[in-house]
Design a protein around this ligand. Structure first.
Ligand code: ADP
Ligand code: MG
Length: 543
């Protein structure tokens, strides 16, 4: 890379750096971003297809979930990565609508290319897009319908829409029931939901219909010793983040044993120490001990003799949930063991579920902890069920936050498209061209839903537009009958926030990509870790 100074090239970047600027940079970025949108487009909607992703280790993920697909793909291009970011933001903010956001961004970029061809400066396009996005928020809010948190039927429908097409059709109603039960039982009166209070436990075996909800916590564990009780009522629970075992001295001392007597003394000392720990546990009055670390054989024996139910090697995240649910403090030093730190649960019980032993901790002090146990034939299906259920949990909690929903099935996008065109006409000038492009871009959602359902996208868009022009604001695409129907009547509804967020993030990402007119890549350092097929060969030497 160089610039000229009196005929002499002046190099400002290290040799091997590459640079693309102006139209080149723009069209390259737009192409990469569109490629990302295209990759997830076929999964959109209730009839969307699945993707099979195979990683370098040969592990397989089969999914319909836009966010999962993008995070599993090894994306390198910087503009493409920005598209992945949209999906990430959408997922963390509202938990659904990731594909929608990415597909809209892709379409915004595609339409902007046409405007650039017409000689409209990207800055004008970005500005028009932003105006349209703001107007869209306003229109969406006007379309939104308020609900009460106690309206379980609505919550179920919202879960159902989010879970559509995720391979759970056969057990959909039952799962929506589990999801809405789980979220409402952990939600606060003001509508906030701490999703960490919902544990999703996946078990291979049985079928999806065997899935269940437990008002409490389920651990994939069994008691450490067969002599221990399988059920403890009025449980006083001790949570330990420290092993119940003999702890070797810190210094690396070598013990030379010269006689059998010494050996015995040494073993005795070890045993004594473990017994002391066990005694201090028993003294607290605890009848359930749950440890994140080990519980050694001797300790198991003592605890079992004292009638205590003990579980070991429990995951840290589960320990946190247990602490929250039972009110116990997780103790991380043997000296800190005391009755004050115990938690409470009405029942702690080991039960067999389809051949597996699980520990159920129910009727907790703080009942705001629930577990959903998902069952399914293979790990792949269970993983996809899990993602569907998580989507369901997320949308239900999202809608509980602001208690507003809109119709789905492409209906808000068609309505927005129509009204944004009217808005564009009122704005006029070059901005109108960008606003019109924005309006047209939103139609990609119903168009894609139709396409993925094997319907004729043009016929469907025409029919949808006609319905909305007649004032049917909630007319969306019924993919089963292949015609516009009132989505409110069909029960296809989504949280308002999923729609507003999708438009905000799509507009931001498109704007960010459009404003870039220069891509300068530094030379790869000589370090060995050069990814295969890297960006090195992409850009020529600009200027
Ligand atoms: P995203 O990742 O964007 O959530 P989805 O594959 O979940 O992508 O598809 C969501 C779209 O499918 C939304 O526009 C939603 O309204 C629509 N949709 C869901 N269920 C139905 C249905 N039964 N009929 C028509 N459209 C539906
Ligand atoms: Mg979805």
């Amino acid at each position: 890379m160089s610039t000229q100074l009196g005929g002499q090239p002046v190099y400002i970047l290290r040799e091997g750096s590459s640079r693309n600027h102006g139209r080149d940079a723009q069209s390259m970025n737009i192409t990469a971003a569109k490629a990302v949108a295209n990759a997830v487009r076929t999964t959109l909607g209730p009839k969307g297809m699945d993707k099979m992703l195979v990683d370098s280790m040969g592990d397989v993920v089969i999914t319909n979930d836009g966010f999962t697909i993008l995070s599993e793909m090894d994306i390198e291009h910087p503009a493409a990565k920005m598209m992945v970011e949209i999906a990430k933001t959408q997922d963390t903010e509202v938990g659904d609508g990731t594909t929608t956001a990415v597909v809209i961004a892709g379409e915004l970029l595609k339409r902007s290319e046409e405007l650039i061809e017409l000689g409209i400066h990207p800055t004008i396009i970005v500005q028009g897009y932003r105006m349209a996005s703001e107007k869209a928020q306003e229109i969406l809010k006007g379309l939104a319908i308020s609900m009460k948190p106690s309206d379980i039927e609505i919550l179920k429908k919202i879960a159902e829409t989010a879970m559509a097409g995720k391979g759970v059709e056969s057990a959909k109603l039952m799962l929506c029931d589990l999801v809405s039960k789980a979220v409402t039982s952990v939600s606060e009166p003001d509508g906030t939901v701490d999703i960490d209070n919902i544990k999703v436990e996946k078990r291979v075996g049985g079928s999806i219909e065997d899935s269940d909800i437990v008002m409490g916590i389920v651990l994939e564990k069994e008691r450490v010793h067969p002599g221990m009780p399988t059920k403890v009522t009025e449980a006083k629970i001790l949570l330990l983040n420290v092993g119940v075992e003999y702890k070797k001295t810190e210094v690396d001392a070598e013990i030379t044993i010269t006689s059998p007597g010494q050996m015995q003394a040494f073993i005795n000392e070890e045993e004594q120490m473990v017994k002391k720990i066990a005694d201090s546990i028993i003294k607290t009055g605890a009848n359930v001990v749950i440890s994140q670390k080990a519980i050694d054989d001797n300790a198991q024996h003592y605890l079992s003799k004292a009638g205590i139910l003990a579980i070991r090697r429990v995951k840290g995240s589960d320990m946190d949930k247990l602490a929250l649910a039972t009110g116990a403090t997780v103790i991380s030093s043997i000296d800190a063991i005391s009755a004050k730190e115990l938690g409470y649960a009405g029942i702690v019980q080991e039960r067999k579920v389809l051949g597996d032993d699980l520990i159920f901790i129910e009727k907790c002090k703080n009942p705001k902890a629930v577990s959903i146990i998902i069952r399914g034939g293979t790990e792949h299906v269970i993983a996809e069920y899990g993602r569907a259920i998580e989507d369901g949990i997320r949308v239900v909690s999202t809608v509980l936050k602001d208690k507003k929903f809109v119709a789905g099935g492409g209906s808000p996008e068609i309505e927005l498209s129509l009204r944004l065109r009217q808005y564009g006409a009122s704005v006029g000038g070059r901005a109108q061209l960008a606003i019109d492009a924005f309006a047209a871009s939103l139609e990609i959602i119903p168009r894609t839903i139709a396409e993925n359902a094997g319907l004729d996208p043009i016929d469907m868009i025409v029919a949808l537009r006609a319905a909305h022009e007649k004032g049917e604001k909630t007319a969306g695409l019924d993919v089963f009958q292949g015609k516009p129907l009132d989505m409110l009547k069909e029960g296809v509804i989504e949280p308002l926030r999923v729609k507003t967020q999708a438009i905000v993030s799509a507009t931001e990402a498109a704007g960010m990509i459009l404003r870039i007119d220069d891509v300068i890549k530094s030379a790869k350092s000589a370090a060995p870790a050069m990814p295969p097929g890297g960006m090195g060969e992409m850009g020529g030497m600009g200027m």
